[in-house]
Design a protein around this ligand. Sequence first.
Ligand SMILES: NC(=O)c1ccc[n+]([C@@H]2O[C@H](COP(=O)([O-])OP(=O)(O)OC[C@H]3O[C@@H](n4cnc5c(N)ncnc54)[C@H](OP(=O)(O)O)[C@@H]3O)[C@@H](O)[C@H]2O)c1
Length: 329
Amino acid sequence: MLKSRAVLIDQTGGPEVMRLAEVTVGEPGPGEVRIRHHAIGLNFIDVYHRTGLYPLPLPARLGMEGAGVVEAVGPGVDHLAVGDRVAYAAQPPGAYCDVRVMPATNVVRLPEGISFEQGAAMMLKGLTAQYLLKHCRPVESLQPGDWVLLHAAAGGVGLIVCQWARALGLRVIGTAGSDDKCALAVQHGAEVCINYRREDFVARVRELTGGQGVKVVYDSVGKDTWEGSLDCLREFGLMVSFGNASGPVPPFSPGVLGPKGSLYVTRQTLFTHIRTRARTQAMADDLFAAVLSGQVRIHIAQRFALADVRAAHAALEARQTTGSTVLLP
Ligand SMILES: NC(=O)c1ccc[n+]([C@@H]2O[C@H](COP(=O)([O-])OP(=O)(O)OC[C@H]3O[C@@H](n4cnc5c(N)ncnc54)[C@H](OP(=O)(O)O)[C@@H]3O)[C@@H](O)[C@H]2O)c1
């Protein structure tokens, strides 16, 4: 029987609950493939799984993103072959390992010009950027020259959205937790970046937009930015809530949206968007084209050995990372 190292949790908690264990790996069943990882992506959702904010049946494996080579293909999988270079963002969790069997639906072939590390660093974050920019549209449409607000602009999703939004002609106001992070976001296409640890971002956004506000806010910070984000929107603007890095957004009354300018609010998850293989492939093709054309560069600022996964989680939660982080098996 094939063996693999895999990161497991038996209970929820801090980074210390993760342990590297030896597991057995079988043959792929119908609709499945076996992949040997060359690189694994680190994402904030892995923290939510580990802490229990997004509950998993325990014991659980972690990790939603990876890149590697197909070692075996199960019955009914016709878009992949043994030896293919592939990458994915996919459920169920379990990417933190050397080799795994998983559903093939969200596994796509990696173009020659994209490395395994880039693949592992860009699928979950880049497909998220893809749907945020192409599928979450305000009722008054989004045109080149329009202002948008993006929190955590120097993070993994953030740096990809900054570049892609700029390529689409949008004027991005970023926020980030330090001046160095702000500088990085600006280098990656944000027109302005506000250090929201020391400046009132609402007042600054109002000033930058001539008092009008932005058409869309992309908010993955959650609890700490929710109120302020609503106050940055122009009339009929769209609040796209897609994460909770500072904690979940508390319950709110829809009544508040009227006086603030008849606002729209949505809560999005990538996994609705990549429910089918056809949609996954179309979104991935769009992302690969953006990367291969040079419009979007994948900034891998941290690399950790898989065995050092606890340190990787601690760094992500302590806001010490920028761009993407990969784990190397
Ligand atoms: N719904 C979806 O489809 C989807 C898909 C992918 C990602 N996401 C969400 O998008 C966000 C970004 O994901 P990522 O993996 O690229 O992470 P990331 O942005 O690289 O890291 C999270 C960042 O959030 C900011 N942050 C603000 N308050 C924080 C706090 N109290 N604790 C920790 N971080 C805080 C930090 O940046 P500053 O120091 O600059 O504030 C931190 O670097 C996450 O919220 C994630 O859950 C959602």
